[in-house]
Design a protein around this ligand. Structure first.
Ligand code: UFG
Length: 337
């Protein structure tokens, strides 16, 4: 049993990781500035896990706030989720992305070192592969930044590599997420983006809930089986399990690792829309519009290394992703009504 500090722990992936850690007997502690998370998430997590979840409000660029939580909770490891993550926004506000994602990481590492804590699980992204030459993409594929967001994730990985090379006491798990989607089976936590969602599954959920007239499919002339973009959608609870396994490896004294977290299976936009329609019980409307600038035709993980090194395997499929998302969205609508 370990105490794990989750920066960004009230957010989408962080809150699900919190549940997975608690279910395995660990004690999660949250640190969040609530810029993209709801205030009631800590209460929901307490109800879901059956125990209070300590939560500290703060910004990862604030060393004093980080110092306070580290001193008060004395965690065994940190999972660092707190970051900005929208590709389009990163092109409009690159300096904000560098400040939060790069300076925030360096500030966190300094606070950890000052506290004598050197075990970290880092949220990276498949975006570090840029436009991949090979799919399914292995971890050995070259890193290329194609937007400021991707640049910050590559820099984060490089900073962690330099740190671990300079001091072997650091053990870092770098996890490259493919496309997280879905919600916890309880429907008590899920993805709840502030403002208009950017990602496919929450946008389809808005169509299903009647808040959007139809899905705009960004291009059907890619060289994919049905012409629409293909992604490796991973259920957020599988992703959460991957984090638990990663931190447990580090706590067991293993050196760091760099791993893809994906399923190894790609699905097109139209396949996701059809699966969501099955979850809802009716076909959902769409129209094809031009390609979104900067989109890649196919992203798909080679999941072999994560299985070999962590025994990690995604267990939930696309239908489960859509069913759990819809249950969460319907529950939210009922609670707000
Ligand atoms: N799409 C549509 N219509 C929409 C929204 C998305 O057709 O309204 C399509 C996209 O063109 C793409 C697929 O749905 O083919 C998935 O798009 P998302 O925006 O949900 O996700 P991306 O794969 O573009 O981006 C995600 C994360 C990024 C990350 C990237 C690579 O949002 O942070 O995966 O890992 F960089």
């Amino acid at each position: 049993m370990a105490v794990i500090l989750l920066t960004g722990g009230a957010g989408y992936v962080g809150s699900h990781a919190c549940v997975a850690l608690a279910a395995a007997g660990h004690s999660p502690v949250l640190f969040d500035d609530f810029s993209n998370a709801r205030e009631d998430v800590p209460d929901r997590l307490a109800r879901l896990t059956g125990a209070p979840v300590p939560c500290y409000r703060g910004d990862v660029r604030d060393p004093a706030a980080l110092g306070r939580v580290l001193a008060a909770q004395n965690p065994d490891a940190v999972m660092h989720f707190a970051a900005l993550k929208a590709v389009g926004e990163s092109m409009d506000r690159p300096l904000d992305y560098m400040a939060v994602n790069i300076a925030g990481l360096v500030t966190l590492l300094g606070a950890m070192e000052a506290a004598g804590l050197r075990r970290l699980v880092y949220s990276s992204s498949a975006t570090v592969y840029g436009v991949p030459d090979v799919t399914p993409t292995p971890e050995s594929a070259p890193r290329r930044a194609v937007n400021p967001y991707g640049f910050t994730k590559i820099k984060g990985e490089e900073i962690l590599e330099q740190l671990a090379a300079s001091d072997p006491r650091w053990a870092v798990g770098v996890l490259r997420y493919f496309n997280p989607a879905g919600a916890h089976e309880s429907a008590m936590i899920g993805e709840d983006p502030s403002g208009r969602p950017n990602n496919l599954v929450p946008l389809i959920a808005r169509v299903a809930a009647g808040q959007l007239r139809r899905l705009e499919v960004f291009g059907d002339d890619y060289s994919t089986p049905d012409g629409t973009g293909v992604r490796d959608y991973i259920h957020v609870m599988d992703l959460a399990e991957g984090h638990r396994l990663s931190v447990e490896r580090l706590l067991a004294g293993a050196p760091g690792h760099v791993l893809n977290l994906g399923t190894g299976r790609g699905h097109s936009v139209l396949e996701v829309l059809a699966a969501y329609g099955r979850a809802v019980g009716r076909e959902l409307p769409y129209r094809v519009v031009p390609r979104r600038p900067g989109d890649v035709p196919v992203y798909c993980a080679d999941p072999a290394r994560a299985e070999a090194e962590l025994g990690f395997r995604a267990r939930r499929d696309l239908d489960e992703i859509c069913r759990s998302s819809w249950a969460w969205v319907r529950g939210q609508a009922a609670r707000r009504a």
